[in-house]
Design a protein around this ligand. Structure first.
Ligand SMILES: Cc1cc2nc3c(=O)[nH]c(=O)nc-3n(C[C@H](O)[C@H](O)[C@H](O)COP(=O)(O)O)c2cc1C
Length: 423
């Protein structure tokens, strides 16, 4: 029996219905108090030095008080020259750790664990932000009329690839030094690692492109680097697309193979999501004609993958009710991720214990332009993150137009601040 199987059997009885509030122990021995995980949400709440601001720290204090067992941070950049958006946090080799130490502590109150999500955006960098736009091949993001929002990527050289691998290691080492309990390598949602996995974006003919083993090489090398440079009790996990939901993209068969490759490396958990800017399946929208379940969008894939691997699996996407959380666990998936629900109701894990039928309301926008609609929903959710971080109650009902305008204005201000810093 391998470590992962042993770990999951130690905290559950085979025939019992697993309670969302039962503890879970990861293959490396780390224990979380329950199965409800706050999934990564980019907060855009850094200070001018790209470090966690007081608002960001307060937000995590509130989430840890809210009852989730594990908090995954919003993505933290491994390279301050390549940001997913303005106001993002970056943690590089020489970044001072003081504010990261406070952030980790705030997130760990109430016996909560915190893992830092670490990311490189690759080609998904806004054109108006200074810095570097890298990709496996020089293939630009295609968002129709909105494509000009993103920069034109350059195909990475071997040296640039090796540098990125080292950077993931540097960030993980610093996260461990700052007191985080683990990291999650972001290999989903169309960012750099997902770009290497995707046959649409990765058109290389060297050892980093072609068949799946080559396309997964960057991810495997990053996992090796992070594991080699951190201690065994520091958890290492990966967020992976169950599919890109685009014709000719990374699909479920690829996802299963990659999970099996990760299993060989003794990874602690794989979170299954889906989509990218081009096909935002993580918001319930696909671009290949397939429809997703109304709740727990990726459960079908997660269930199948969980059956075929001993690696603990988590799924995130569309979950707003405790009955769905229970359904995910009944289907053999070990952990359940919530993002939007925890932006609207940061204490929902605690609240469900008294009010099990409560459903978290999701921001609703119904516009013809689906890309704009997705931006408006994101803006509404982010506004709530900022409210919670400032000690205010989240608001469910807010104007999508005003939220979008507010978000655009804020982004402009933070982009200017970032560009001045980089000059
Ligand atoms: C405001 C916002 C920011 C997000 N930022 C990240 C991120 O930094 N990293 C990531 O892996 N996913 C990110 N996501 C995706 C969520 O983790 C999650 O996969 C997705 O929202 C679906 O889950 P939900 O329906 O519970 O919101 C973000 C989602 C939202 C709404």
């Amino acid at each position: 029996m391998n470590a992962a199987t042993q770990a999951s059997l130690s905290s559950e009885q085979p025939d019992d219905k697993i309670s969302p509030y039962s503890s879970f122990s990861f293959p490396n021995g780390q224990l979380v108090k329950n199965r409800i995980v706050k999934a990564a949400m980019e907060e855009n709440l850094s200070n001018s030095e790209l470090e966690p601001s007081d608002t960001l720290i307060q937000l995590y204090q509130t989430w840890s008080a809210g009852g989730a067992g594990l908090l995954l941070t919003g993505n933290v950049m491994v390279d301050a020259r390549a940001m997913t958006g303005p106001g993002g946090v970056a943690l590089e080799r020489d970044t001072p750790l003081d504010r990261f130490i406070i952030w980790a502590k705030a997130a760990q109150s109430n016996n909560t664990k915190v893992w830092m999500q670490i990311n490189h955006p690759g080609r998904q960098v806004y054109a108006n932000m200074n810095g570097v736009v890298l990709a496996p091949s020089a293939v630009k993001v295609d968002l129709g009329k909105l494509s000009k929002l993103f920069g034109q990527p350059e195909a990475m050289s071997e040296t640039q690839i090796e540098e990125v691998i080292t950077r993931f290691g540097d960030t993980a080492v610093n996260a461990e030094h700052a007191g985080f309990n683990g990291v999650q390598i972001h290999a989903a949602h169309g960012y750099l690692v997902a770009q290497f996995l995707s046959p649409r974006v990765n058109q290389r003919t060297d050892q980093w492109g072609g068949d799946l083993t080559n396309r997964a090489r960057l991810l495997m090398r990053i996992v090796d680097e992070v594991k080699a440079r951190t201690n065994r009790d520091f958890a290492v996990s990966v967020k992976l697309n169950s599919a890109d939901f685009q014709r000719g993209g990374f699909d479920e068969i690829d996802a299963l193979s990659v999970v099996q490759m990760l299993a060989q490396k003794g990874i602690d958990m794989v979170e299954l999501s889906g989509g990218s800017y081009e096909a935002p399946a993580m918001q319930g929208m696909t671009r290949d004609g397939r429809t997703l379940a109304r709740e727990a969008y990726f459960l079908e894939f997660a269930r199948e993958i969980a059956q075929q691997t001993a690696v603990p699996i988590m799924t995130t996407g569309g979950i707003t009710q405790l009955t769905t959380v229970q359904q995910v666990l009944n289907d053999g998936v070990q952990l359940v991720g919530l993002a939007t629900a925890l932006a609207i109701r940061p204490d929902v894990p605690n609240h469900w214990q008294q009010h099990p039928n409560y459903q978290v309301p999701k921001p609703q926008v119904s516009w013809q332009n689906k890309s704009l609609q997705a931006l408006a929903v994101m803006a509404m959710i982010k506004r709530n993150l900022h409210r919670i971080g400032r000690g205010k109650a989240p608001k469910f009902l807010m104007s999508p137009v005003l939220s979008l305008m507010n978000d655009q204005w804020r982004k402009m201000r933070l982009t200017k601040r970032y560009n001045q810093r980089q000059d």
